[in-house]
Structure formats: structure tokens, C-alpha cells
Design a protein around this ligand. Structure first.
Ligand SMILES: Nc1nc2c(ncn2[C@@H]2O[C@H](COP(=O)(O)OP(=O)(O)O)[C@@H](O)[C@H]2O)c(=O)[nH]1
Ligand SMILES: [Mg+2]
Length: 293
């Protein structure tokens, strides 16, 4: 069969995780309108009869201004090594950026084939899309406009990707969709709801630790610690009478139930760890930077 690893790279917010989820056919990576949603390298596995594509979702490319971001950048840059193809996701709604051009120059025409997905075509202006296509048409890269939201051209994208992969045994022989544990995904689901509900620095300064995950009968007991950086962030996260966190937790519980296929009993606890994003020991403890091998 044809099989291989495809690194999915691009700017923060380009739509990488949304596209990976659609390609895999299941949610393996969380999504939000805020940059820096994806912190880890996440593998999403698509297995069909005659091919297997392992997508490597990555944090976006941007400037690192603290230790967590530096770890994320290393994760993003390392991702495009030792892979069979690179999929660069360009936001066709925002238009081709300097970073996109730099990434195309870096990867086009090299040993590892490059494919460019022009994403969000459902909302992009026609002129912006055409300008991007014109700018890229002479590069040594496959070019496909897609909409992950509408599912437009996703099949086409898969087909071209498969053609770029070598003939070999599958990378994963077990029927898996992700390399991450259920416990990891539960923490990510909680973090996604926090990203969607809270603004500015607050969600970026949050880590979620799943300290309890027990399943008995039809029910899962999930306990999470939500770590933030400052006492005033804790107050905002909890909200008046605990309302804000209650709401975020309720959305998270719904998604967790869908994900696990059973009832979830979720407890949340918000705590402060001053400046944890700049403390390497805590980054390790919270699981960041571990997935690079
Ligand atoms: N309209 C539209 N929005 C999209 C599409 N793909 C992603 N988005 C939105 O763009 C934002 C960033 O998506 P995400 O997948 O987290 O981007 P990432 O940072 O590159 O992983 C989210 O609000 C998504 O809902 C698309 O095909 N169409
Ligand atoms: Mg992402």
C-alpha cells in the first residue's frame, strides 16, 4: 500500500487542525479562532484499504516570546523533518503572507514533496484566492484550494497526497485515529472550551491537567485541574458565583460524552501557578515538549 507521514504546517489560525480533523474523519485536534490553540504535535491517522496517511498536526509558525512558545516552535519546526510529504496550509481568506512565501521557498522543489492547500475557500474573496494561486503557480508544489468547513475538494486533496507517498507497509498497523490517549483528548476538549469562552491572555496562560479518569459501567469520572498564571485570571475563569467555569465545563462535558460514547461526570478545579509558561520543570509536568522523539 502507499503509506507515509505528512507534516501539516502553516501560520497560526490557517485552519490546519480543522483540515486534519476533516481528512481523518474524526476530531483528533482541537480548533478555535485564537492562535496557539494547538500546542503539541498530534498525529491523526487515516487508513483506507490501499493507503494510510499519518497527518502530523503542529503548532503554527510565529515568534516565540516565552518558554512554552519556544517549545511549540521547536515542535513545529521539527515536524517537517523525517516525513514523506509536507502539507502547507495557507489561509486563502487572509491571503498569502510573508511567512507563507518563506515556507514555500523553504520546502518547494526539495527532496520531500510539498503540497499547498489554500484553505477557507468558503469565505475567501475570489481575487484573494486567484492572487495566491498566481503567486504560487510556478513553484514546485501541488496546489489545491479547499474548504475544510464545507468539505470542498477534500477528496481531491487526499488523492494528490496519496500519490506523493511511497509504497510501503502502514506506519500504524492497529486501527487507531490518533497517537494520543483518551486522557490527553479530554484535557484538550476542556482547553478548547476555555479558548472559546475566555479572551486575551487568559486562555493562552491555561494548562489543563486530567488528574482523574475512571470508567465504570456507563459512566466516566473525569477530574481536571485548570492551571492559570495569576489570581485575577483565576477569578475571571471561575466567574461570579462560579458561573463562567460552570458554562465552559458544561460544553466540555457534552463533547467528552460524544468523544467517549458514555455519560461523563466532570469536576473542575482552578488553581494558580505563577508564570508556569516560563518554568521548564512545569512545562514538562504539564506534558509540553514530550511528544518530540
Ligand atoms: N470559514 C472557514 N473557517 C475555517 C475553515 N477551516 C478553519 N476555519 C476556522 O479558522 C479558525 C482556526 O482554525 P484551526 O483549525 O484551529 O487553525 P490552526 O491554528 O491552523 O490549527 C477556527 O475558527 C476555524 O473554525 C474553513 O474551511 N472555512
Ligand atoms: Mg491547530
Amino acid at each position: 500500500m502507499r503509506a507515509g507521514i505528512v507534516a501539516v504546517i502553516g501560520r497560526a489560525n490557517a485552519g490546519k487542525s480543522t483540515l486534519v480533523n476533516v481528512l481523518v474523519g474524526e476530531k483528533v485536534s482541537i480548533v478555535s479562532p485564537k492562535p496557539q490553540t494547538t500546542r503539541d504535535r498530534i498525529l491523526g491517522v487515516l487508513t483506507e484499504k490501499d493507503y494510510q496517511i499519518v497527518f502530523e498536526d503542529t503548532p503554527g509558525i510565529y515568534k516565540a516570546d516565552n518558554a512554552l512558545n519556544a517549545v511549540m516552535q521547536k515542535t513545529a519546526e521539527r515536524a517537517a523533518k523525517d516525513v514523506d510529504a509536507v502539507l502547507l496550509v495557507v489561509d486563502a481568506h487572509a491571503g498569502l503572507s510573508e511567512t507563507d512565501r518563506r515556507l514555500v521557498k523553504k520546502y518547494a522543489g526539495k527532496e520531500i514533496p510539498l503540497m499547498v492547500a489554500l484553505s477557507k475557500t468558503d469565505i475567501s474573496a475570489e481575487e484573494t484566492l486567484i492572487a495566491a494561486v498566481r503567486a504560487l503557480k510556478d513553484e514546485k508544489a501541488e496546489l489545491v484550494p479547499v474548504s475544510a468547513r464545507k468539505g470542498t475538494n477534500v477528496k481531491e486533496l487526499k488523492k494528490v497526497l496519496v500519490s506523493l507517498l511511497p509504497e510501503r507497509e502502514p506506519v500504524f498497523s492497529q486501527p487507531v485515529v490518533s497517537d494520543k490517549s483518551e486522557r490527553f483528548m479530554l484535557g484538550e476538549i476542556m482547553r478548547e472550551k476555555i479558548l472559546l469562552k475566555f479572551d486575551k491572555e487568559i486562555p493562552h496562560g491555561v494548562a489543563v491537567i486530567v488528574h482523574t479518569f475512571k470508567t465504570e459501567g456507563g459512566v466516566a469520572e473525569v477530574g481536571v485541574d485548570i492551571v492559570c498564571e495569576k489570581p485575577n485570571h483565576k477569578a475571571i475563569l471561575i466567574g461570579k458565583g462560579g458561573r463562567a467555569m460552570k458554562e465552559a465545563a458544561s460544553f466540555a462535558r457534552e463533547d467528552m460524552e460524544k468523544f467517549l460514547g458514555r455519560k461523563v461526570f466532570l469536576t473542575t478545579y482552578v488553581r494558580v501557578k505563577e508564570d508556569w509558561r516560563n518554568r521548564p520543570a512545569l512545562l514538562g509536568e504539564y506534558g509540553y515538549g514530550k511528544s518530540e522523539t
